[in-house]
Design a protein around this ligand. Structure first.
Ligand code: UTP
Length: 289
């Protein structure tokens, strides 16, 4: 299966950090967000990845490209650990790029993948969304797809006061964590929401999504929204939602970015002890801490 990673958005919520660099290249400690996303696809068994980029996103291509000069410098300096790491990034997968001419919405970005994915189901991983889980979220979706042969949207339960920030699924539970989608509502008011199942940044789609995107009129912000296209699709065919096992962070959102940085530090052996101690007294730092 092929993967598509849309990464052409403007990232306005993260300005000014995103004025001259892609938000997908913001790091969690020392790793750019989009590298986590590519690694999730690779860990799910995918080796063909199409990244949808756009204006000002060159750093993404450079990051996954081979850097002969850097490798040479690391080799000469005997920095073998770093050398392995830098080489590993360019060997991760076959990464292809296509440019979205204008940031006209996520649905429009995915439409650019039409030719590349052809007639096969494919997965979409948002380039600014990371998930920590035992089994990669994308792999979980692929496993369910084997049984249902239909599009599956990854969802997570969201806190009531955050419902208004999400696309919400109106679904009927058919087995543990698995729902048949009746409808989708983009950012409803808490009291109008049909459930607390929020759409996250992973989708397993079938090629009929392209037809649905074609029929989708500009929605919120004048953009072609993927949720609107999925809504059209849900009237034409069966569509499922899967409440995956894992923790998701929308890194276009500042509080999620802070949480992800802390949680990632706690997951890294070299930082976890220090981080735990630091958090106990956070805000009361003394020189030398
Ligand atoms: P977001 O909804 O976070 O959009 O996109 P955004 O425009 O980048 O963010 P803000 O609201 O201005 O801060 C989710 C993912 O879809 C991509 C983004 O790059 C991000 O990885 N995207 C979004 C596109 O590729 N093209 C678009 O036109 C919009």
């Amino acid at each position: 299966m092929k993967a598509v990673i849309p990464a052409a958005g403007r990232g306005t919520r993260f300005l000014p950090a995103t004025k001259a660099q892609p938000k997908e290249m913001l790091p969690l400690i020392d790793k750019p967000v989009i590298q986590f996303v590519v690694e999730e696809a690779v860990a799910s068994g995918i080796d063909d990845i199409l990244i949808v980029t756009g204006r000002g996103k060159r750093a993404i291509e450079d990051h996954f490209d081979k850097s002969f000069e850097l490798e040479e410098i690391l080799k000469r300096g005997g920095k073998n650990g770093l050398l392995r790491e830098v080489r590993g990034i360019s060997d991760l997968a076959n990464i292809h790029y296509i440019r979205q001419r204008e940031a006209k919405g996520l649905g429009n970005a995915i439409y650019y993948a039409k030719k590349h994915v052809g007639d096969e189901p494919f997965v979409v991983l948002l380039g600014d969304d990371i998930i920590f889980s035992d089994v990669p979220c994308t792999k979980q979706l692929m496993e369910y797809h084997r049984g249902y042969e239909a599009p599956i949207i990854a969802v997570n339960r969201v806190e009531k006061d955050r419902i208004e920030n999400y696309g919400i699924v109106d679904g009927k539970r058919i087995r543990d964590r698995f729902y048949k989608v009746n409808d989708l509502v983009e950012k409803p008011k808490q009291e109008d929401a049909p459930s607390d199942l929020g759409i996250t940044g992973r989708y397993l789609l079938t090629p009929d999504i392209f037809n649905a995107i074609d029929k989708t009129r500009p929605g919120k912000g004048g953009e072609i929204q993927l949720t609107d296209a999925l809504r059209i699709l849900s009237r034409e065919r069966e569509l499922y939602a899967y409440d995956f096992e894992g923790v998701r962070y929308d890194l276009g959102n500042k509080t999620d970015y802070i949480k992800a940085t802390i949680d990632y530090a706690l997951r890294r052996e070299e930082f976890s002890g220090w981080m735990r101690n630091y958090l106990k007294g956070a805000g009361r730092v003394k020189p030398g801490d």
